[in-house]
Write a new protein. Sequence first.
Length: 308
Amino acid sequence: MRVNLEGAEFQGMAGAYTALFTPFTRENRVNVEMLERMVAYHLAQGLRGFYLTGSTGEGFLLNEAERKLVVETVVRANRGRGKVIVHVGCLATDDAVTLARHAAASGADWVSSVAPVYFGQSFEGAFRHYQRIAEATDLPFMVYSIGQALVPERDVRFFDIPNVKGIKYTGRDYYSAQRLRHLLGKEVIFFAGCDEQLLCALVLGNVFSGGIGTTYNIIPAHFARICALAEAGHFDEAAKIQDEANRVVALMIESENWSYRKAFMRYIGLDCGACRYPYAPLSEVEYETFARKIAEQGIVQAECGSSR
C-alpha cells in the first residue's frame, strides 16, 4: 500500500477493519457485553477499527433502537483507539439520515451506506440517496458498493457530493476500481471488501488503503498482518498468510446459512449467538460437527478470544 492521503479525515485510517458481527443473547437481544469484549479483542489483534451494522452486522435485520445501541456500545468500548465507521443504509433514505445523525452525535468517525434497496435502484436514485445521507452530517461518507458493477466514468460523479470521501468496494473488478481512482481529482480512500482477495487489491499499490471484511472477525491478526506486509512490500510473505486465510473463508461459506459464520466466534470464545431469520440457528449437533471441521483445518485457534 502506497496511498498517501493528507486530509485529517484520512489520518490513521489505512489498514484492516472488521465488518463486525452483531452478537445476540439467547433471548435474541443485542449482547452488549460481548460487543465490548469483541472490540477489545480485535484491537489487541491489530485491527484498525470497526465497520458497524453492515451486511455482516445484520444491519437490515436490526430495528432502529438496536442499530443505535450497537453504535453507542462500540464507540464507548473503543474509547477512540480505533476508527468507527457506521453503515446507516435503510430501505427509506430518511431513516438512513436519522441513523447518520445519531452516528455523528455518538462519536463515530465515518458514515457509510449501500445504494438504495428495492426502491430507487438506479444511478440517479443512488446519487440522491447518497447525497441526502452525506449532507446530513459533517462526517466523511463512504460509499458501500456491493454486488454492483463499477462504471468509472459514471460512478466518479458520486465523489462530487460534499463529504463523500471513500468507498468500500466489495467486488473483484480491480481494473475498474483503479480507473475510478485515477479519474478522481480529490483525496479519497478505497477499501477492499472481498476477504479472499485482499492482497490482490493491495498489490495495486496506489488504489486501496486496506480492507473491511467478515473473516476479520475470526482471524483478525491474519488480515492486520497482510496489510502491514503489503505496506512494507513483502508480498511473498503476505501471500502465504492470504492463502491460509482463504482456507478459512472457504470453510466459512460452505453453507448458505450465515449462522455457521458466527459459529466460528463461539469456537474462539466470543459467542455471538446465531444470525437472525431468514437464517436459522444451529443445533448443538450441527455446531459440534462444524467445530470438528474447524479443528481439523487447524488455522482458527479455539478460545483465543476468551480473555477480557
